[in-house]
Design a protein around this ligand. Structure first.
Ligand code: NAD
Length: 482
């Protein structure tokens, strides 16, 4: 890939681009073609140990002493470096992850925006003074945890680095980032830009590698004071268990089965683009993908018909061709999605998108599929598929809509489409979900909007100012002076 200006097969530890201690490497594949495009380091326990030590050293050095305003200025500067490289980063991500270019550009822009947001916020998190007994002065200090671990998935590497590492650095933590083995290149590119922008050595360390090796070592490391994990429910549980051994707090950003609920009084012209896009964006490999569309029965046929038109126009092809939908990340992910489609063979296929005729045979393409009249307890309406598959579920009234929407155990994002203001408020309260959107979905990424789940979708919040509280700890100082 001619865009690369950094060492792809290294770890970035203590300001050095180092070979992994094992001298072992993992292949990198282009999911649009299935062809190998390079290799990354296979970091293991020894590399994680080095990275955690380097992060600890950074906290004792210039990074640990840096004033909040200066940290903020530096983050903003890294954001500007990212912005200047948007096109390069987008092409790297499209090639490595299979994201259509438009979307990869949006991810790079979001990364820059997170850095600008958290750069501006770094010196605006303050403690409080607390009225207490006579003769006391009491105040609180917001302090960094120390070394923070960041284990991230492959679906939105740049956005998740921005919201997680960006917020952690803003609060003065030193970070060890373990990107997903299928999507390390943009994380390494980000580290290179941070280095070029002048981030002190050790403030950010990146160790690529397998989850069960580098990831597990990071989650279990006794000197890691906080773990931010974004990924699957299964691995989230393992990470929380590993962190529990040294009582480290954990933020878990897990999966979802997010509903959009369309009432008969909704503005359908406004709703329709969101209904489909929220399901097929990033080929459905989105934690907040709207995989369930709940439609009031009186308008069910109309919504079905109009969504079907859109589906039949969807084109699937290589990421650099920038079609509606790109490939899935890997053969393994394609097999998972096809497995779900096989389990839904009993369901009515309302419409499908089309894989373009000259799509490379080795690419991991799946045609988007809209399934009609799905029972709320069907496995395809209950489990996260992580592919371009949406289920249409009819409902009678508000009460039934709430029961279905809250009926999966997940609770990440939900939306309500209705013109009735009182219903909007009732639904927003009744939905068990970390975010509720009214007459929209996703609100354009929402750098400023606290984000996270309830139930099987996880706990803790990222994005917005809320993340800064999560990436810091509160100390209460009570002085008795008489
Ligand atoms: P995954 O859980 O398989 O992997 C996530 C990360 O964990 C990777 O870096 C992986 O290497 C690492 N890992 C794997 N095994 C590990 C172990 N034993 N110990 C420590 N780390 C380990 O998830 P994925 O397939 O990469 O991503 C898809 C999942 O992520 C979906 O469930 C999706 O909903 C979720 N996700 C959630 C959010 C959110 O913000 N809520 C955002 C994006 C993705």
């Amino acid at each position: 890939m001619r865009e690369l200006w950094f060492s792809t097969d290294s770890c970035f530890i203590g300001g050095f681009w180092t070979q992994p201690a094992s001298r072992e490497f993992l292949p990198v594949e282009n999911p649009s073609t299935g062809a190998p495009i390079g290799s990354i380091a296979r970091g293991k326990v020894a590399d994680i140990d080095d990275a955690v030590a380097a992060a600890g050293d950074a906290l004792k050095g210039p990074w640990g002493r840096m004033a909040a305003a200066e940290r903020g200025r530096l983050l903003t500067r890294i954001g500007h470096f990212v912005r200047a490289k948007t096109e390069t980063l987008a092409r790297i991500e499209a090639t490595d992850v299979g994201k259509p270019l438009t979307q990869a550009r949006a991810d790079a822009a979001a990364l820059a925006r997170y850095l600008e947001f958290y750069g501006g916020a770094a010196d605006k998190i303050m403690g409080e003074t607390i009225p207490y007994q006579e003769g006391y002065t009491v105040y609180t200090l917001r302090e960094p945890h120390g070394v923070t671990g960041h284990i991230i998935p492959w679906n939105y590497p740049m956005q998740i680095i921005g919201r997680s590492v960006g917020a952690a650095l803003a609060m003065g933590n030193a970070c060890v980032l373990k990107p997903a083995e299928d999507a390390c290149l943009s994380a390494l590119a980000f580290a290179k830009l941070a280095e070029e922008a002048g981030l002190p050595a050790g403030a950010l360390n990146v160790v690529p590698g397998l989850g069960e090796e580098a990831g597990a070592a990071l989650a279990a490391h006794p000197d890691v004071a906080h773990i931010s994990f974004t990924g699957s429910l299964t691995v989230g549980r393992l990470v929380q268990q590993a962190a529990a051994r040294h009582v480290a707090p954990v933020t878990l950003e897990l999966g979802g089965k997010s509903p959009q609920i369309v009432f008969a009084d909704a503005d359908l012209d406004a709703a329709l683009p969101f209904l489909v896009n929220a399901g097929i964006q990033n080929a459905g490999q989105t934690c907040s993908a709207s995989s369930r569309i709940l439609v009031q029965r009186t308008i069910y046929e109309e919504v079905l018909r109009r969504m079907s038109y859109r589906y039949r126009a969807l084109q699937v092809g290589p990421a650099l061709d920038d079609m509606d939908v790109g490939p899935l990340i890997s053969k393994a992910q394609k097999e998972i999605v096809e497995g779900y489609l096989a389990r839904g063979a009993d369901l009515e296929i309302a419409a499908e998108g089309r894989i373009i005729g000259n799509a490379p045979a080795g690419g991991h393409y799946v045609a988007p599929r809209l399934l009609a009249n799905v029972a709320p307890n069907h496995v395809l309406a209950q489990e996260e598929i992580f592919g371009p598959v949406q289920t249409l579920i009819p409902f009678e009234d508000e009460e039934e809509a709430i029961a279905i929407a809250n009926g999966t155990g997940y609770g990440l994002v939900a939306s309500v489409w209705s013109r009735d203001g009182a219903r909007q408020m009732r639904m927003a309260k009744a939905l068990r979900s970390g975010q509720v959107f009214i007459n929209n979905y996703g609100a354009g990424g929402g750098v400023e909007l606290p984000f996270g789940g309830v139930g099987k979708s996880g706990h803790g919040r990222e994005k917005g100012f809320e993340a800064l509280y999560g990436f810091s700890t509160l100390k209460t100082v009570a002085a008795r002076h008489g």
